[in-house]
Design a protein around this ligand. Structure first.
Ligand SMILES: [Zn+2]
Length: 347
């Protein structure tokens, strides 16, 4: 390696010393599907987390259609149960319920896991269950995925056509209960009418755990410049997604990922942008062709970024941020500090 290359490598290592925060990873459905095996977390995932210096990870409860409605609650609880068993088998992970928990886990060199919920289908329409999931450690909740549920409707994977309905009464009650308990409300996936409703029925900073700017990929599942500015008004944080950066595979590049970061930072400042990689190529790769077609029909065909497909690739992103002229201070905010500020304020 050249002297300049070594210097950049050392700079990346220094910037990664805190550990990166990624607020959206579909870990729990995979642990659940592999529930007959043990040490999946340590054997299949830990090496990639370590290679990318991942420090804090939002791990999502998500229910595939085939489990709904009857099995929703059961599978959601089993997903948490599998995480508890797997985390206990390794001394490298801690399930965290507060910001001090996260800081303690990091000080001990462990990866801090925050349980998130992507769509409130596990609750059905029972507000009492929110408290149960809170006790089990759920600290970030997005009301919907793409489908409609008891709380509201998701944004479609097209430039228009989402439901015009906002939140239901249950959805509004949930918001209030989340704010009262100290659960972070996540606007990822919600349809535009629901986004406005969440904004007008809450007062605290709002986050979008994993999304992209419609400027570069015009889907109602992503967020418009006006929506970005609304998050900025509350000094919230937007996590940039690595699988919806462009409608075209040839434009699914590290540079386009950085374009999304620059776009959000340009509109609302560098303090409001973070990481929400949403890496799921490891799941996609396991699926039969029929499931891939189903995803393409229901959502869209994902375009994975070849050199940003899993957590082991995180250093590639930092290298590109350096090459694009971001300062160490700015990179520290994107990779770590901004999400940590949200945890301090909201957990
Ligand atoms: Zn998602």
């Amino acid at each position: 390696m050249t002297a300049a290359g070594t210097q950049i490598d050392e700079r990346i290592t220094r910037l990664h010393a805190h550990g990166l925060v990624d607020l959206h990873f579909d870990l729990l459905m995979d642990l659940y599907e592999k529930r007959e095996r043990t040490n999946v977390l340590a054997q299949e995932f830990l090496p990639e987390f370590e290679a990318g210096n991942i420090g804090v990870l939002g791990v999502a409860i998500y229910l595939e259609d085939r489990y709904l409605p009857e099995m929703g609650l059961r599978v959601a609880l089993d997903q948490i149960a599998r995480l508890q068993v797997e985390a206990d088998l390794s001394d490298r992970f801690t399930i965290c319920k507060s910001c001090p928990d996260v800081l303690r886990a990091r000080a001990a060199g462990r990866i801090a896991l925050l349980i998130t919920m992507e769509g409130v289908e596990p609750l059905g329409a029972d507000l009492n269950l929110l408290r149960v999931f809170f006790e089990l450690g759920v600290r970030v909740i997005g009301l919907t995925h793409v489908r409609r549920n008891a709380a509201g409707s998701g944004g479609v994977f097209a430039a228009s056509g989402s439901s015009r309905d906002g939140l239901t009464g249950f959805g509004r009650d949930l918001l209030q209960a989340c704010e009262a308990l100290g659960i972070i409300v996540d606007l990822a996936h919600i349809n535009p009418a629901g986004f406005d409703d969440i904004f007008s029925h809450t007062t605290r900073p709002l986050v979008v755990s994993h999304t992209n700017a419609r400027r570069y990929h015009d889907l109602e599942r992503n967020i418009s410049d006006d929506q970005i500015k609304m998050i900025g008004e509350r000094r919230g944080v937007i996590g940039i997604n690595a699988v919806l950066v462009s409608p075209r595979q040839e434009e699914a590049t590290l540079d386009r990922y950085v374009d999304h970061i620059e776009h959000v930072a340009g509109l609302i400042g560098i303090d409001c942008v973070g990481i929400g990689f949403d890496f799921f190529e490891f799941l996609y790769r396991q699926w039969p062709e029929s499931a891939k077609h189903e995803l393409a029909a229901k959502c869209t065909k994902p375009h994975f970024i070849p050199d940003l497909t899993n957590h082991a690739h995180a250093r590639n992103l930092t290298r590109r941020l350096i090459e694009r002229g971001f300062s160490d201070e700015q990179i520290g905010k994107i990779l770590f500090e901004n999400w940590m500020r949200m945890f301090e304020q909201l957990l």
